[in-house]
Design a protein. Structure first.
Length: 91
């Protein structure tokens, strides 16, 4: 139960952050209307009503590649006994 509540809180915070930064825009295009209820001796009947409609715009992220040159350090391997003094002084 705690995990579900935690996930709901995180989802709400993500939506709030998206709206606050402008990455997510939500506009209501059609309002909600409650149905009209009628109570009779046989029960309750409902007529009409409509769900709201929303227009959601999200930001975009462009991913691409480019060639670049990266300097890679060189590695020198020596056999034991060669330049032993230099290695001991470096430690």
């Amino acid at each position: 139960m705690r995990a579900v509540i935690f996930l709901l809180i995180v989802a709400i915070l993500v939506v709030i952050a998206g709206v606050a930064t402008g990455y997510l825009k939500i506009n209501q295009t059609r309002p909600a209307e409650a149905p009209q209820l009628t109570a009779t001796g046989k029960g309750v009947t409902a007529k009409g009503g409509q769900a709201p409609a929303f227009d959601v715009e999200t930001g975009s992220v462009k991913v691409g590649t480019k060639e670049t040159t990266v300097k890679v350090p060189s590695l020198e391997v020596r056999k034991a006994g060669q330049n032993q003094a230099a290695t001991n002084n470096a430690q």
